[in-house]
Write a new protein. Structure first.
Length: 316
């Protein structure tokens, strides 16, 4: 049987329309040939999210977004198609996360620990993670402040590095070079001086060595003196000082008693010192004795008679 061209064209048109519908459904995230479960989550904002975006678990795709619908209260209900082979606990969180800096979003399932699994058409807990741009906003602010400060610092540096400052810097380096040359010349002079006076320096060092030896010997003598002093101190400490001091105190007491007796006219010495009559008698006796000596000297024959031959008048 011969098929007409009109029939062929109609069949090709139907096949093309079917392929177009299937491709459109596939692009919208609808897989007509595989079984899947539908889950829902309600978000306040779905910026950057679109149909056919993947649903991920630890970076692995387990489904896609099949539908998005704006509710009367301004929130958005998102429908997920998850392959039936994957079990989703009822306490799983559907988090809206950023995937790049351009604001693209995806859904990440944070699987819960419940032993009970969500059923088809259940609504999961919705969660929203801040975008990468929002996360980087503090860093951006700090970077802008840093760039501002850097610009101000560069402006200050440019202001400092003027021609006058450069001249001053060059002058400073020239002064440093001259100072280094002067220091080098001084060092050479010191080297020459040390070389010419090396004999005297050696003599000074030898004298210092001798002085050090003498000091060492003197230190030994000082040690002996210190030992002797310590021995003397120990001897004094061990001697009967108390008895000596008691004897000295007794002698002083006896001397004070004697002086007291003299002052009170007791005894001959006290009478001599305190009685004027005795003093006068002694003075008169002394005067008479002097007169007697004078008369004896002037008239010796009156008191002494002698003869060489033993003669003479005995009566006289």
């Amino acid at each position: 049987m011969k098929i007409s061209n009109e029939t062929k064209i109609g069949a090709l048109t139907a096949v093309a329309i079917s392929i177009l519908i299937l491709g459109y459904s596939f692009l919208r995230g609808n897989d007509l040939f595989s079984g899947s479960n539908r889950f829902y989550a309600i978000y306040k904002s779905v910026d950057g999210l679109s149909v056919s975006k993947p649903v991920l678990v630890n970076g692995f795709p387990i489904g896609h977004i099949s539908k998005m619908q704006l509710d009367a209260d301004g929130r958005t209900t998102v429908e997920f198609k998850i392959e039936s082979q994957y079990k989703v606990p009822v306490n799983t969180s559907a988090k809206l996360v950023s995937t790049d800096l351009l604001g693209s979003k995806a859904i990440v399932f944070e699987l819960g620990d419940s032993k009970e699994y969500a059923e088809n058409k259940d609504t999961l807990k919705a969660d929203i993670q801040g975008s990468l741009a929002e996360s980087l906003q503090p860093i951006q602010t700090k970077a802008e402040n840093l760039i501002t400060k850097l610009d101000s610092s560069l402006a200050s540096i440019n202001k400092i590095l003027n021609p006058a400052f450069q001249k001053n810097v060059d002058r400073s380096f020239a002064s440093i070079a001259n100072s280094l040359q002067t220091l080098e010349s001084t060092t050479k002079k010191i080297d020459n001086l040390v070389g010419t006076q090396s004999v005297h320096i050696n003599s000074i060092l030898a004298n210092a060595d001798a002085v050090s030896g003498n000091l060492k010997t003197s230190t030994g003598h000082l040690t002996n003196i210190s030992s002797n002093f310590e021995k003397t101190s120990n001897d004094i400490a061990n001697s009967n000082i108390k008895q000596t001091l008691d004897n000295a105190n007794k002698a002083v007491a006896d001397l004070q008693a004697t002086i007291s007796k003299i002052n009170t006219s007791q005894g001959s010495l006290g009478l001599l010192m305190n009685d004027d009559k005795l003093y006068k008698n002694l003075q008169d006796a002394s005067n008479n004795l002097n007169l007697l000596f004078l008369d004896l000297k002037a008239n010796p024959k009156r008191y002494v008679h002698f003869s060489v031959f033993g003669g003479g008048n005995k009566d006289k």
